[in-house]
Ligand binder design. Structure first.
Ligand code: HGY
Ligand code: MN
Ligand code: MN
Ligand code: MN
Length: 404
């Protein structure tokens, strides 16, 4: 059955590519680092006897043989957030390969081919657009989106070409004839730990909207400008950000995060004439998220006009919340009960590639317990036992789907 030592060794090998000084990982899409990580994963896929390759925009895949055409898709991602953890993404890819290698060792050929993928740029850390690879697989990635640029002004389009892929052929990455998609991912929260469950069933995925909020005021002399004659954008931003938190707390399960902020010109003795920050707003119900967004936009406008500041709000990405397929949830639940684990069903606050497949094919997710719920942090951890249990659940879920 599942060889957890092999999974663990592979996770450790992968974590060495892009390791940060405090043991985390920074591995952005379309970089040589990420290419090296993909090549490493490709060797694991080959050891599992899979036919491997990269699609037109660089999604890595390995596929097993099957008796029919309709394919079961599994996967996750190997790109990371800045100084992220070593399980977020790689667990799902390595576990998917492990399931197929175990089946190969058992000499089991399934009815359906199983394709395991490492989707490009799930996190959105480099270009501010997440799930680039899975959008292309779903056939919904647009040429306009490829023009989004990173902090150095390199577009996704140029980055793809720099790594030898062909964005002009991105439509070739679209998959057809997919029976279902299942992803194993760490929970990144505390629900399973609190419930004492090694693995859990995901009911749905909260939808993120990412906004870039900009204030333009007037730079001025810190010493010579009286307090009542300033158009200070950082004070304006601070008031708006405090209001964002107040508004978010009014809605149960809504989360709002300002993860990035920059100020210009950035001198100690200069009144900030320009400030910009990002807002990540999420909820499992789109109507609740929209209502909170409206309230936030209104308060930002009010603060800006009271302080003679010009406000501009740009949208970086907007992804609808995604419900998980009932039948796949049931298959996962049965597998979890067979493992002797109390079945816990929970929503995912974190976004995942499966959101892009809504309306295309059924999607389901298995969560592995996260230690102290920590993620997007070098302290991210899942025990070997929980890796083994959750990978066995993935194995059994795939076998169940293969029989239906
Ligand atoms: O941002 C997220 O929810 C995920 O980590 N991409
Ligand atoms: Mn993540
Ligand atoms: Mn992830
Ligand atoms: Mn994911």
């Amino acid at each position: 059955m599942i060889n957890v030592e092999r999974i663990w060794k592979r996770l450790q090998e992968l974590s060495a590519i892009g390791r940060t000084e405090d043991g985390g990982v920074t591995r952005y899409s379309y970089t040589d680092l990420e290419a090296a990580a993909n090549e490493q994963v490709k060797t694991y896929m080959e050891e599992a006897g899979l036919a491997t390759g990269y699609d037109a925009i660089g999604n890595l895949y390995g596929i097993s043989k099957g008796k029919t055409e309709e394919t079961i898709l599994v996967g996750s991602h190997v790109d990371s957030v800045p100084n992220g953890g070593n399980f977020d993404g790689p667990l799902g890819v390595i576990a998917g390969i492990e399931v197929l290698q175990t089946l190969q060792e058992q000499g089991q050929e399934l009815n359906h081919p199983v394709k395991v993928m490492a989707f490009k740029d799930e996190e959105g850390s480099r270009f501010g657009l997440g799930m680039i690879g899975s959008r292309a697989v779903a056939g919904i990635l647009t040429p306009e989106q490829l023009q989004k640029q990173d902090a150095e002004g390199i577009s996704i389009y140029e980055a793809m070409k720099s790594q030898g892929y062909d964005p002009e052929k991105m439509t070739e990455a679209k998959l057809e004839n997919i029976k279902a998609y299942v992803e194993l991912h760490i929970e990144q929260g505390k629900v399973l730990e609190t419930a004492g469950a090694a693995a859990g069933i995901v009911s749905g995925i909260a939808g993120p909207v990412w906004l870039r909020m900009k204030l333009t005021g007037e730079a001025g002399h810190a010493g010579a400008t009286p307090m009542n004659q300033r158009r200070d954008t950082l004070v304006g931003a601070s008031l708006i950000i405090a209001e964002i938190e107040r508004i978010a707390k009014q809605y149960p399960e809504l989360v709002a995060t300002v993860g990035q902020i920059s100020v210009k010109p950035g001198g100690t003795n200069v009144i900030p004439g320009y400030s910009e920050w990002t807002l990540d707003l999420r909820h499992v119900q789109e109507s609740v998220r929209d209502e909170a967004e409206k309230a936030i936009r209104a308060i930002a406008k009010k603060v800006a006009s009271e302080r003679q500041l010009d406000l501009e709000i740009g949208e970086m990405q907007r992804i609808s919340p995604a419900p998980c397929s009932e039948s796949i949830q049931q298959a996962i639940q049965t597998s979890i009960e067979e493992e002797g684990v109390k079945p816990v069903t929970l929503p995912s606050g974190a976004g995942h590639d499966g959101m892009q497949f809504i309306g295309k094919w059924p999607m389901g997710m298995i969560f592995a317990r996260s230690l102290n719920g920590i993620s997007h942090n070098p302290k991210e951890w899942t025990t070997q036992e929980d890796v083994e249990v959750s990978t066995r659940v993935l194995y059994k879920t795939i076998l169940t789907l293969d029989q239906t």
